[in-house]
Design a protein. Structure first.
Length: 215
């Protein structure tokens, strides 16, 4: 799927957006994402273009599985489990990583392929964000309250997220941020495993509409 996605993301240039490329040429959601990323380059001079393009992006979930510390990153098995468990809902995987990530049909791998501005735009318009404890997690807490932050060894009370509507996961427990002070969280941490995915999917599904085109 990576070669197909790469082809889509090389079709759209900032110049084509400035020249007014009609949205009717966008034949797939990968192409729509490519147009969105390209439109970020003209956002300062033509903000109305970015707004218009953003409105035409089908619903998707953003997954940031990469942490600065390797032991806190999600494994490829967990990433694949998220994609399959949430299908047909679309997922976009972001972050900076040297490892190869194989994604199924309902997922686009944008690791190492977004600028900070593009990443912020994706986070802002995602219907839900799932992220390990990282910089993108804190961005999501600031611009998108529909967030689940996954903590392996860190304490969410100390490091955030600080958005009261966000959720946190630690050692098999899910808790909303505004309830952390009254919830007894396990102090010991562990890595997030494929068996932990179903509980997260149960939390996300009611909050993310399935695109009617996929049903």
């Amino acid at each position: 799927m990576r070669s197909e996605a790469h082809a889509c993301f090389t079709l759209v240039s900032p110049r084509s957006i400035v020249m007014g490329m009609p949205l009717t040429v966008i034949s797939s959601w990968r192409s729509a994402l490519a147009l969105l990323l390209a439109s970020c380059f003209v956002a300062r001079s033509r903000p109305e273009i970015l707004s218009r393009v953003s409105m035409n992006i089908p619903p998707f979930i953003l997954l940031n599985p990469i942490a600065r510390v390797e032991g806190e990153s999600l494994s490829n098995a967990v990433i694949a489990e998220f994609c399959y468990a949430l299908a047909p809902t679309r997922l976009v995987v972001v972050g900076q990583s040297r490892r190869k990530i194989d994604t199924p049909e309902n997922c686009v791998d944008l690791t190492n392929r977004t600028s900070l501005l593009q990443l912020i735009r994706l986070i802002r318009i995602a219907r839900f964000v799932v992220s390990v404890d990282s910089g993108p997690m804190h961005i999501a807490a600031a611009v998108n309250g529909r967030l689940l932050s996954i903590h392996t060894w860190t304490d969410p009370r100390r490091v955030g997220p600080y958005n009261p509507n966000a959720w946190v996961w630690k050692n098999g427990q899910l808790c909303r941020v505004d309830r952390l002070d009254t919830t007894r969280m396990r102090r010991r941490g562990r890595r997030f495993r494929p068996k932990d995915v179903p509980a997260v999917v149960e939390l996300i599904r009611p909050l993310v509409p399935v695109d009617p085109m996929l049903t």
